[in-house]
Design a protein around this ligand. Structure first.
Ligand SMILES: [Zn+2]
Ligand SMILES: [Zn+2]
Length: 383
């Protein structure tokens, strides 16, 4: 009788989540618990078996090792796989303490192998980042731009395979093309990235003189990129496959364009809305009237100012903001009035303003409740 599959023991499928595994184990443990099955040796051995299975499957690292190697992952040179000793070996607490160090070693290697693109796949090229500054107007309209990216491209002399004169890379003799070698380490067989070929599975006897066998060379690439309307500072545009070429014909990385939108002299931006302060003469603010304001599209917008507008009043120009990056319309433009006090008055203007002031005091004292309350405050002080 061979050792049962841990997933079968708990009655779950291989893709079961950790929650499902935990539930299945609890069910089994209740069912088979020695307290409820006194004198039943079958239940006892099944209980131990379930414990053993759960010890492994509840632990992400052990589970990964088990998925990869099966029971062999945990069996030393003890004639593993045979029955007749249920629950022995590594049941219970001994297991984790005695084996954890070994696992750390094992997993260090697995991860390293995967990161380095082990196996037979040549290494993927690096991703590249390109910082692009654009004006607010460009962000509004979107733009086409040619950028120069220093990168690595496939070597044209060897077609990217790294071998000189049309010769082909040959299968690595150390690992027979597997990219990995197995070594005995104590009880365990440990798989490592092949040191001869660095996991590529192939070696180059006659390296290309242009790229030194790398299969790629440094080069500036001119790329035509399309920056969509609505980009913001922090927008990332990914150009798949436009990063560095991979080693020896490996797949290329991606190019990421990081957008920075420059501050604008006139407009402040918040999402799709634009804000700007517009100076208005004191007379216009008091009497009302139309003003023209510049808009981000390069045109002009007309806003009607109601009579008696105070500084700080906000007006809205609908649809004159920034476009949303992923569709969904355009924002608005908000105009904040900044009422200007006139300076450098002519004597005629001064005369008119004095007349205006006298009229204001005598005939219209209630026109502004704030000033009238200030006035009565001072009158009270004098009295
Ligand atoms: Zn090799
Ligand atoms: Zn080459």
């Amino acid at each position: 009788m061979s050792k049962r599959d841990f997933y079968d023991v708990l009655g779950v499928t291989k893709g079961a989540s950790s929650d499902e595994i935990k539930k299945a184990y609890r069910r089994k443990a209740k069912e088979l618990h020695p307290d409820r099955n006194a004198g039943n040796p079958d239940a006892e051995s099944q209980f131990k078996e379930a414990n053993e299975a759960y010890e492994v499957l509840k632990d992400a690292e052990k589970k990964a090792a088990y998925d990869r190697f099966g029971h062999a992952a945990f069996e030393g040179g003890m004639g593993g796989g045979r029955g007749g000793r249920p629950g022995q070996g590594f049941g219970g607490g001994d297991f984790s303490s005695a084996f954890s160090d070994v696992f750390d070693d094992l997993f260090g290697d697995f991860m390293g192998g995967q990161r380095g693109g082990g196996g037979r796949r040549p290494a993927r090229g690096a991703d590249l980042r390109y910082n692009l500054r654009v004006t607010m107007e460009d962000a509004y309209s979107g733009l086409q731009k040619t950028i120069n990216v220093p990168t690595a491209v496939a070597c044209s002399a060897c077609d990217g395979n790294g071998s000189e004169g049309g010769s082909e890379p040959t299968t690595c003799p150390t690992c027979s093309g597997m990219g990995k070698v197995r070594a005995q380490q104590g009880f365990f067989t440990v798989e490592r990235t092949c040191p001869t070929c660095s996991g590529l599975g192939q070696i180059i006897k006659n390296p290309c003189k242009v790229c030194g066998g790398q299969g790629r060379v440094e080069k500036d690439r001119a790329l035509n990129v399309n920056i969509p309307a609505g980009v913001e500072t922090g927008t990332r545009i990914r150009l798949a496959g436009e990063g560095e070429a991979g080693m020896r014909g490996g797949p290329p990385g991606d190019l990421y364009i990081f957008v920075e939108v420059q501050a604008h002299d006139l407009f402040e931006r918040d999402g799709t809305n634009l804000y700007c302060r517009v100076p208005v003469s004191m007379a216009k603010a008091a009497l009302g009237g139309a003003i023209e304001v510049p808009t981000i599209d390069g045109g002009r917008g007309r806003v009607q100012i109601p009579s008696g507008s105070q500084s700080g009043r906000q007006m809205r120009l609908r649809g004159k903001g920034m476009p949303a990056l992923r569709g969904g319309g355009t924002g608005d433009m908000f105009i904040e009035l900044a009422v200007e006090t006139p300076v450098n008055l002519t004597s005629r203007q001064k005369e008119l303003l004095r007349e205006f002031e006298e009229l204001g005091e005598d005939n219209n004292p209630e026109s502004n409740s704030f000033f009238s309350s200030v006035k009565s405050f001072w009158d009270g002080m004098k009295g």
